[in-house]
Design a protein around this ligand. Structure first.
Ligand SMILES: [Zn+2]
Length: 165
């Protein structure tokens, strides 16, 4: 839900005002700051290559990736608030924080043939699920939940983690 709500004020939604009337309301400064913050996310997704000859186009999928990040951060905030100050509960060997991020990753699982995946990368504004699940790389709480080390494959230095809103 937070993913979709964020589209109402992102690069897609800023062309409609609060009454749904067509008319951009971002300032030139808003737009330049948005694109400056987004540049790291473009580069991050440009580096994902499901095939040796085909990589994700970070600009093509940018708006959806920003919404994924917004959605994940809001959902995590909601999870923390749901605890109402109580401590995390370990179930089946996983903390609540670990289960939260595991559920996010599992949401993107799917069976997809090569032709469909190639087509998605070529034309879709949504990244392949494998890379949508990697949105967690930008969330500090994910590093803490899984004690992700700097040597980890998905590790990003704090300054390389993206925060748009
Ligand atoms: Zn979306």
């Amino acid at each position: 839900m937070a993913h979709e709500i964020s589209h109402s004020f992102d690069e897609l939604g800023n062309i409609y005002d609060a009454q749904g009337r067509l008319g951009p309301w971002w300032t030139a400064e808003d737009r330049s700051e948005y694109h400056a913050a987004a540049a790291k996310l473009v580069a991050q997704f440009d580096s994902y290559c499901p095939f040796a000859d085909l990589c994700v186009n970070g600009k093509q999928v940018l708006t959806e990736n920003i919404a994924d990040l917004a959605g994940l951060l809001v959902a995590h905030d909601a999870y923390v608030l749901s605890l109402k100050g109580k401590s995390d509960v370990v179930l089946n060997g996983l903390t609540g924080e670990q289960r939260f991020f595991l559920a996010f990753a599992q949401r993107w699982r799917k069976a997809q043939g090569e032709a469909a995946l190639r087509k998605q990368v070529a034309v879709d504004t949504h990244s392949p699920g494998e890379f949508r699940s990697d949105t967690t790389r930008n969330v500090d709480a994910w590093y803490k939940a899984y004690d992700v080390a700097p040597t980890g494959k998905l590790y990003l230095k704090p300054e390389d983690r993206v925060r748009i809103w």
